[in-house]
Design a protein around this ligand. Structure first.
Ligand code: NCD
Length: 307
């Protein structure tokens, strides 16, 4: 698909050439941001964020991205203060917000809600995360980060580590990494493996090598990139089970020292207990730099969709 005037709901909607275009454009945007340039490309245009779930990075980096492009942002704010609290439906809310804006970014706890919003909206809709399903713009930022820190994506050994059952960032990312011919190792606690049909889809579609393991150490032995995510406690039926797993499935400096010297550790953030804070000081830890790259990547996405 070409990105112009399109919705970005699932990473599956993008072809490799679309992803490459975003990565190229993001590089231009990063250079502009570095020298403090505010571009005027979005003057008079508005981005609306419709977030029904908590967010720090996605919402703020979309805001910052639109502002750096010279546009305005409309934030929906707290759900309790909006008409959703009076019982307004998602469909009606989207129909209202499309009248106020040129582009809508939505985050919602229900899988499929972003697709529904896109179906009813005349304006393009970007999925900022729908339940445990997809988070395509995080993936574009992750690919950009991997390319920046490792110089390439194809051929790298990339371990995805954590709650692969519930984390939407991992589902989007696994697909995209396979598209770029990375070798995937999926490392999760027992019971939190990535959905089988998703793994089969990746293998069949891209002929990728995918190793699955519950063994933390084995899962990162040959990794060039270790991508960690938190146990998604809010998506568990049993919160105690989530807390138990948070205590055992944890990256420590000792584990990192056994890995490759030039390992890069990424994380979509927020991190809770899955990374020992001591790891933050290690040269392998790149997740804060990764988060900052959300701005140029989202500038690129906005520009390609409504520019
Ligand atoms: C992620 C999300 O919301 O899915 N956060 C983000 O967008 N940076 C990761 C998470 O919540 O674990």
């Amino acid at each position: 698909m070409a990105l112009k005037d399109s919705d970005v709901i699932s990473i599956r909607d993008l072809e490799k050439k679309d992803v490459e275009l975003v990565l190229r454009k993001a590089k231009e945007m990063e250079a502009a941001v570095r020298v403090g340039r505010i571009l005027n490309k979005m003057r008079g245009r508005s981005l609306a964020t419709l977030f029904f779930e908590p967010s720090t990075r996605t919402i703020l980096s979309f805001n910052a991205a639109m502002q750096k492009l010279g546009g305005d942002v409309l934030n929906f704010g707290r759900i309790e203060q909006s008409s959703v609290a009076k019982g307004e439906s998602l469909v009606d809310t989207v129909k209202i917000v499309e009248g106020y804006s040129d582009l809508i970014v939505i985050r919602h706890p229900k899988e499929g809600s972003a697709r529904l919003a896109a179906d009813v909206s005349e304006k393009p809709v970007i999925n900022g995360g729908d339940g445990s399903n997809q988070h395509p713009t995080q993936t574009l930022l992750d690919l950009y980060s991997i390319k920046k820190f490792k110089g390439k994506i194809g051929g790298l050994n990339i371990s995805l580590f954590g709650d692969l059952k519930h984390a939407r960032v991992m589902k989007s990312l696994a697909y995209a990494l396979a598209m770029f011919n990375a070798n995937l190792t999926l490392v999760s606690p027992f019971g939190l493996e990535m959905d089988k049909t998703m793994v089969e889809e990746i293998k069949e579609r891209f002929g990728s090598s995918v190793i699955q393991t519950n063994d933390m150490q084995a899962g990162m032995r040959n990794a060039d990139v270790l991508y960690v995510c938190r146990i998604q406690k809010e998506r568990f039926a049993d919160a105690y089970e989530a807390e138990r797993l948070q205590r055992v499935f944890r990256i420590t400096p000792k584990i990192i020292e056994q890995g490759k010297e030039d390992l890069v550790i990424l994380h979509a953030l927020p991190k809770v207990a899955e990374i020992d804070p001591e790891v933050n000081k290690m040269k392998q830890a790149k997740y804060f730099e990764q988060a900052a790259l959300g701005v140029p990547v989202r500038m690129a996405i906005i520009d390609l969709v409504i520019g």
